[in-house]
Design a protein around this ligand. Structure first.
Ligand code: FAD
Length: 399
């Protein structure tokens, strides 16, 4: 009997946990499991605001895939997915093709520009290891350049974050915390540096508890961050941003964090999608496709209580992966499939240094207790992926 080919696209939270679970739940003779990823390393996207601001080495956020997955049981293919040929049950890669019996799409997300011109050309919008490296190097270069320019330009030291959601707040938290060190290192007077967070919505951190939002904003304002809320950006240009009001803020550094859309591969492959995300069936399959599971940031899932999509998070990506692995095994064995229901345990946003805010269960957390919880959440993922050994090797010190 031919062994089915299970092909997993993307080695992020969703893909890694699916591959790990399937390799443990299925015997060697039961299936061929193939994992495809652009790089031969896995990175923790949720940590990337730290290397982007320069508070953590990028290498701390990534690990070789062969150090965490058993590549005797999983075939790893380092390549880029170009297109999914749904009807032919094939995946086109930059350097080849793969046939599948079961497909798991976990290709993550890309920046959502909301049609604002200039984002791709002039803003930093890639939340990847290489994207984070570029932002960090660019910021340091701006500091280095300032004192070597005959007439120092203020825009060199003006840092704009577009979007006061989770990513934008976590990034400015790190950068504002690091600012004293940068100023000292590059002989730059602190008062010369300007940091803006510009948000189109009527509040920062939409959906978060208002008391926690106030705590975060006060803390960041205390470090010199200026918030412009209810203030849509009309255009990003070579010299800065133009606001809907017509005002321009000149800056050489615009970090784009206004939210994400699903991987471009989804729409390119002809799936019906909303902002690049497929509204999946309750068992996580793409509608009309019995053999294609879509999980993580590529999947759209409606929170029936408020009739709005759940925000794409690593927390949900990991939970989807567990159900997806279970359902593939069930399909192979002719068992019934599980329905996915997210179990939101809490949300914690770091604010740099030992500061954070969050809700865990029904408890609101501030400051160092939230920071402790944030590190525990980061470590919990490592535990789920590689057990206590991975936490010891790569985990964060929660103190
Ligand atoms: P990803 O983890 O992004 O993985 C996708 C993988 O696919 C990557 O390895 C990528 O290299 C690969 N890939 C992409 N395209 C291709 C291609 N064409 N070919 C081959 N490989 C490809 N969520 C939380 O729950 N809590 C948080 O605190 C939190 N903080 C965040 C902080 C930041 C700075 C950011 C950017 C996000 C944060 N998120 C957080 C959101 C979270 O990171 C995502 O929801 C999560 O990463 C989604 O997992 P995923 O597996 O779908 O995609």
């Amino acid at each position: 009997l031919k062994k089915p080919n299970i092909v997993i696209l993307g080695a992020g939270y969703a893909g890694m946990i699916t591959a790990s679970r399937l390799s443990k739940q299925l015997g060697h003779n039961e299936a061929n499991i193939t994992l495809v990823n652009k790089h031969d390393y896995h990175y923790q996207t949720t940590w990337l605001h730290e290397p982007a601001a320069g508070t953590l080495s990028p290498d701390r956020t990534r690990m070789p895939i062969n150090s965490v997955l058993d590549l005797n049981k999983i075939k790893f293919v380092k390549d880029s997915v170009v297109e999914i040929k749904r009807e032919e049950k094939k995946v086109v890669l930059e350097n080849g093709e793969l046939e599948f019996d079961y497909l798991v799409v976990g290709l993550g997300s890309e920046a959502e520009t909301f049609g604002v011109p200039g984002v791709h050309e002039y803003a930093f919008s890639k939340w990847t290891v290489n994207g984070a490296r570029e932002v960090k190097e660019h910021i340091e270069y701006m500091f280095a350049k300032y004192n070597n320019t005959p007439e120092p330009q203020d825009e060199l030291l003006t840092f704009i974050v577009a979007g006061a959601g989770f990513t934008g707040i976590e990034f400015i938290g790190e950068l504002s915390e690091r600012l004293p060190e940068l100023c000292a290192r590059y002989d730059v007077p602190r008062e010369k540096v300007k940091m803006y967070v510009i948000e189109a919505a009527p509040t920062a951190l939409p959906g978060f508890d208002p008391e926690l939002v106030e705590y975060a904003m006060n803390l960041l304002e205390g470090r010199g961050v200026e918030f412009k809320i209810n203030c849509p950006i009309k255009e990003v240009t070579e010299t800065g941003v133009t606001l809907a009001s017509g005002d321009e803020i000149k800056s050489e550094t615009i970090v784009w964090a206004t939210g994400v859309r699903g991987s471009a591969i989804i729409e390119k492959s002809g799936f019906e999608a909303m902002r690049g995300r497929i509204k999946v069936d309750p068992d996580l399959r793409a509608p009309g496709h019995n053999d294609i599971f879509v999980i993580g940031d590529c999947a759209l899932l409606i929170n029936e209580e408020i009739n709005r999509p759940y925000p794409p998070t690593a927390q949900i990506a990991m939970q989807m992966a567990e159900v997806c692995a279970n359902n593939i095994k069930a399909l192979m064995k002719g068992d019934s499939l599980k329905t996915f229901k997210p179990d939101i345990k809490g949300t914690v946003a770091s604010l740099g240094g030992k500061e954070a805010i969050g809700v865990v269960g029904t408890r609101k957390l501030f400051g160092s207790s939230a920071n402790f919880m944030k590190k525990m959440i980061d470590n919990r993922y490592l535990f789920l992926l590689g057990g206590p050994a991975l936490v010891l090797k790569r985990g964060k010190n929660p103190m």
